[in-house]
Design a protein around this ligand. Structure first.
Ligand code: TEU
Ligand code: CA
Length: 539
């Protein structure tokens, strides 16, 4: 397999709205990102996945785009964007743009035209259907609650929106839509970006009349066409967001021979703490044994026909240290364990902003504190359906997207140094204890574990190319080996609040990284501390 920069690098996701506000309006912006590039360079990352910065009315925080070739007013200007790309480049950081082309905003000029009538040239850019028996065309549901069909008085037809009604789905069967998307991608490629993260890309092959949304029959044909028309010859980082991927499907996207994408985000591990067949709000405790089985399967099944992306967090998921770690007694230990466990696996690691200092979920007491459209719509839907308010709030506190969207805590000053104004979403009140400034000043902080992992990746090809083998241990211990060119590393993680004993046959040498400071010499009888994690060379 040919080697690529995007296999060797570490990616950092910036959610610009919450990263750093430069002008006191309470909203993070591009100048804010530019002002923190030195910090990111110090962390060592090689690419930034930038959540959407395009012109948007912000019904879904920029995932509803009204102009793909312009910048959201609150975030700055195209000149700021060009500056960000150039300043990042000076620091060997590539900018990976978020590509949201399953849908546009209803305020996009294509949709404004399309709404004008059935014979408008843009009508067929979207998906319109006649009513059925005086109601919606079929039972398709929106991810943000309710029907996926919205009635349009003027034409007497419904349009499809798999997300909010302000996010009408594009009609990928229309070749003009596809060409318009490719032209737009080339506009950005010409600016010197490093790639694309492709929002819900597995939905573009949908067949609404058959109620097929994910993994439609023409999905891979479209992606191959996109590859050829845009980034194909440019060695870019392209990562598809694919909720419904199995390893077999992932290989279809990322087998180099097929000329589609570099890799995908798969979410199988992320759905283990919800009741099977239900929604993420229907909570279930994590079974660590299942998590190990799922991750090990993905580690081994892609072989040379695919490449993994590794992540615990993003702007849609609760923070890992609160979700599966212990953000109270063992915040630092468990945050470091998740870091080591993830970065030692095979694939390209992604760090979500704030993860590198062990930021935590921010609990809310009332729906008035929630900004996210997904949580708000679910709240009202479930209230009407008779759920108890306390249970809904519990689901939001456990799984709601605002958990990961609170502003970055830069220092101990008011609003965590994120803004001098009123933040668009309240800062987590723990900013006095958890912030970047303190993390940088403490050589034992979570930050330095991340920094070290990023550097280790640069120095040790075994981390990138080594084979993965899960070791047979009790459920609460997640242990595996990586092997490359005659060398083996042993990675041991105690996934629990309790001490654990475990033994391995290996003779071990040098310690590569660990989250406690006692020496690791003999692994034949180990007593692991809570959330202990270490990596040692096998002799
Ligand atoms: O997310 C896709 C998606 O399906 C999420 O809404 C997901 O169901 C949920 O948040 C998981 O808990 C992408 C973006 O990442 C998300 O921010 C957007 O809201 C969505 O697409 C629509 O563009
Ligand atoms: Ca601002």
């Amino acid at each position: 397999m040919q080697k690529h920069w995007w296999q060797e690098t570490t990616v950092y996701q910036v959610y610009p709205r919450s990263f750093k506000d430069s002008n006191g309006d309470g909203i993070g912006d591009l100048q804010g990102v530019i002002s923190k590039l030195d910090y990111l360079q110090n962390l060592g990352i090689g690419a930034i996945w930038l959540s959407p910065v395009y012109r948007s009315p912000n019904d879904d925080n920029g995932y509803d785009i009204s102009d793909y070739e312009d910048i959201m007013q609150e975030f700055g200007t195209m000149a700021d964007m060009d500056k960000l790309i150039a300043e990042a480049k000076k620091r060997n950081i590539r900018i990976v743009m978020d590509l949201v082309v399953n849908h546009t905003s209803d305020e996009h000029k294509w949709f404004i035209e399309a709404k004008k009538g059935k014979d408008n040239p843009y009508r067929d850019y979207y998906i319109w259907r006649d009513p059925k028996d005086g109601g919606v065309p079929n039972d398709l549901k929106s991810s943000f609650s309710g029907s996926a069909w919205q009635y349009d008085e003027k034409s007497g037809q419904y349009y499809l929106h798999l997300f909010s009604k302000k996010q009408p789905d594009l009609n990928w069967e229309n070749p003009k839509v596809r060409q318009a998307v490719y032209d737009m991608m080339n506009f950005w490629i010409d600016k010197g970006i490093g790639g694309f993260r492709m929002d819900v890309i597995d939905l573009i092959g949908k067949q609404p009349d058959k109620e097929i949304t994910g993994n439609g029959p023409k999905l891979h044909e479209y992606l191959h066409e996109m590859n050829r028309a845009t980034f194909g010859k440019k060695d870019m980082l392209t990562v598809g967001e694919t909720w419904g991927a199995t390893p077999e499907i992932a290989k279809m996207y990322s087998d180099p021979k097929r000329e589609e994408l570099a890799m995908v985000f798969q979410f199988e591990h992320s759905e283990l703490d919800q009741q099977p067949g239900k929604q993420k709000w229907d909570l279930l405790p994590l079974n660590v044994g299942k998590l190990k089985a799922v991750l090990a399967k993905w580690q081994t099944e892609l072989g040379n026909e695919g490449w993994n992306s590794l992540f615990w967090n993003n702007h849609d998921l609760p923070r890992i240290v609160s979700r599966w770690g212990n953000d109270k007694e063992y915040r630092v230990e468990s945050a470091k364990m998740f870091a080591i466990l993830l970065h030692m696996m095979k694939g390209t690691p992604y760090i979500y902003q704030g993860e590198e200092i062990g930021m935590t979920n921010k609990p809310i007491a009332d729906i008035s504190e929630v900004e996210d459209i997904e949580s708000r719509n679910m709240y009202h839907e479930r209230l009407e359906a008779g759920y108890k308010k306390a249970d809904i709030i519990k689901s939001i506190n456990t799984k709601g997207r605002d958990n990961a969207r609170t502003p970055i805590q830069w220092d101990e000053s008011e609003n965590g140094g994120f803004t001098t104004g009123t933040p668009w979403l309240a800062v987590n009140p723990n900013y006095k204890q958890i912030n970047v400034k303190d993390a940088l000043a403490d050589k034992n902080s979570v930050f330095y574990t991340y920094q070290k992992l990023v550097q280790l990746r640069k120095d040790n090809p075994i981390m990138i190319w080594g084979d993965f083998k899960l070791l047979d241990t009790p459920d609460t211990i997640f242990a595996y080996e990586r092997s490359y060119q005659g060398q083996t590393w042993l990675i041991v993680n105690n996934f629990s609040n309790d001490k654990q004993t475990v033994s391995f046959d290996e003779k071990v040498g040098e310690t590569i990284i660990q989250n406690y400071d006692h020496a690791i010499k003999d692994v034949s009888k180990l007593e692991l501390s809570p959330w202990e994690s270490f990596v040692v060379k096998v002799e």
